[in-house]
Design a protein around this ligand. Structure first.
Ligand code: FAD
Ligand code: NAD
Length: 453
């Protein structure tokens, strides 16, 4: 397509001087929604396991994941990679063909893509369509896609004493994961404290336990993962974690780190490793005052177009219309990252051809894995809840779910240890929002209710 020829392409063919490069499309960010084959979810799961680092070491050797980088691309490649990413292993084997190069031999040239690693954009002037890197290079674009994602909230942000200690770890990028893996290897059978009872907290305490650490978790809420779990659901996971030997301290926060961890309620936990997962915040400072914001993110329409012409925002940074529920939301999960990227690229491509596309019609999908557990959730966690199935953490084969019911309709569904078919069935429930029978019938029917939809 002729649109490809507008791309600056390889650096040698970029227009203008060395100091200024011009491209038709620029993506800032090289994470999940920027469609680099970066499997960030693996960092808190397989990568942390004793045998896990091998899986991603190839990615590391290829230097796919500098701490900060951005890339320029064509629509052609975006679609290609989106398809390829369905099978990450296959994609990695393609990449193996040419080491030290992000894209397989020839592909980069054909698609005219420039990937610029280890380059932080420190200034974005949307009026003049100019980006400036920390090294002072400038980049001009016609269309900009903001995919800067999130960064971790740090304990220093809460003014916690001693929070800069060397044994305190956060997890966002692969180099964070590598530092943690090295520490785990250096101290066998150590003590670990995990601060936070959300995704990172639950996934990392399991990983540390599998690495033979004595693990304690501390979080302020009355139960873990309060953003999604009901008390019943959390009771299962907490019971399961305790069965695995994890010590859970609830209802308090880390107030300081001396040699040991000082908790607000006074208890001390000796820790060789402290892993902190107290939430994330979207990286949007570069665009402050230039673009409309909402709910902590960059406001977009159903095509991920921001309030500024030719500027799009995707992934964690975008606050977009959630058509299914009639409100604006920001979502910090990979499924939306990939789908928002696809939607933005399709919208850009269509508008260049004078065509339109359908609104983004996203069904929230979150998942997590730890130990031999694996759950999926679809829809909206609002209204009354009912739990079904075997949620006894002591049982050999627990399997249970939850439905959320509002205004007589089933709005959300969760399933632990479902088969692919069962997960598809609960997805359908959340998508179609069928009329709910009584909570008692839903509880007794359980998965049978989903399989009828
Ligand atoms: P990111 O993937 O964070 O990418 C942003 C990129 O932009 C980064 O490469 C960053 O370096 C770069 N960048 C930022 N600012 C600049 C700048 N100024 N200049 C240049 N580059 C810049 N979600 C799930 O659904 N399931 C999971 O199992 C799951 N597991 C996760 C495990 C971990 C350890 C983490 C941290 C997150 C996990 N998530 C998971 C969340 C998911 O990874 C994010 O929602 C997703 O990565 C967001 O994609 P993104 O492209 O918006 O941002
Ligand atoms: P989170 O929001 O899931 O959980 C943060 C937890 O920390 C909450 O329980 C919160 O109350 C607690 N907390 C806050 N302040 C605290 C304090 N001072 N002391 C102790 N606990 C405190 O965030 P996260 O687990 O840090 O995850 C970071 C990001 O990574 C999020 O965007 C998340 O969606 C993403 N992530 C997703 C997955 C997944 O989808 N499976 C896995 C890992 C990470």
């Amino acid at each position: 397509p002729s649109s490809l020829s507008f791309i600056g392409g390889l650096s040698s063919s970029s227009s203008s001087s060395m100091a200024e490069k011009c491209f038709k499309y620029v993506i800032i960010g090289g994470g999940v929604s920027a469609v680099a084959p970066y499997e960030r979810p693996a960092l808190s799961k397989g990568y942390m396991l004793p045998e896990g680092t091998l899986f991603l070491s190839l990615q590391y050797q290829l230097q796919l994941v500098g701490p900060n980088y951005w890339c320029c691309f064509s629509q052609f490649l975006v679609f290609t990679i989106l398809q390829e990413q369905q099978d990450f292993q296959a994609f990695m084997s393609v990449l193996e063909v040419e080491e030290k190069n992000y894209y397989p031999s020839g592909m980069q040239r054909k698609a005219r893509i420039t990937l610029i690693l280890s380059t932080e954009i420190v200034k974005a002037d949307l009026a003049s369509k100019t980006l400036t890197s920390a090294a002072g290079e400038t980049f001009k674009y016609e269309v900009l896609i903001i995919a800067t994602g999130s960064t971790v909230l740090r304990l220093e942000d809460f003014g916690i004493e001693g929070a800069d200690a060397k044994n305190i770890f956060y997890l966002r990028e692969i180099h964070d994961a590598d530092k943690l893996v090295e520490s785990i290897k250096n101290k066998k059978n150590g003590n670990a404290l995990v601060v936070g009872g959300g995704y990172i907290g639950l996934e990392l305490s399991a990983a540390l336990k599998i690495n033979d650490y004595n693990v304690s978790m501390v979080y302020p809420e009355p139960w873990c993962m309060p953003r999604l779990f009901t008390a019943d659901m959390a009771a299962f996971y907490e019971g399961y974690y305790m069965k695995k030997g994890i010590n859970i301290i609830k209802g308090t926060v880390a107030a300081g780190f001396v040699k040991e961890v000082k908790l607000k309620n006074g208890k001390m936990e000796a820790a060789d490793i402290v892993v902190v997962g107290v939430g994330a915040k979207p990286l949007i400072n570069l665009f402050k005052g230039q673009v409309e914001e909402e709910k902590g993110g960059i406001k977009t329409d159903a095509f991920f177009k921001t309030s500024v012409a030719n500027v799009y925002a995707i992934g964690d940074v975008a606050t977009f219309p959630m058509k299914m529920y009639g409100d604006m939301r920001r979502v910090e999960h990979v499924d939306h990252s990939r789908k928002s990227a696809e939607q933005a690229v399709k919208a850009i491509f269509a508008s260049e051809q004078g065509k339109g596309i359908e609104d983004y019609h996203y069904l929230p999908y979150f998942y997590s894995r730890s130990f031999d557990l694996s759950w999926q959730f679809f829809g909206d966690n609002v209204g009354e809840t009912v739990v079904f199935g075997n949620h006894d953490p002591q049982s050999e084969k627990p399997k249970f779910g939850t439905y959320w019911v509002k205004d007589g309709k089933v709005m959300g569904a969760f399933l632990e240890s479902g088969t692919p078919e069962e997960n598809q069935a609960i997805r359908k429930v959340a998508r179609e929002q069928p009329a709910a029978p009584s909570l008692e019938s839903l509880a007794s029917e359980g998965l049978k209710f989903a399989s009828k939809i």
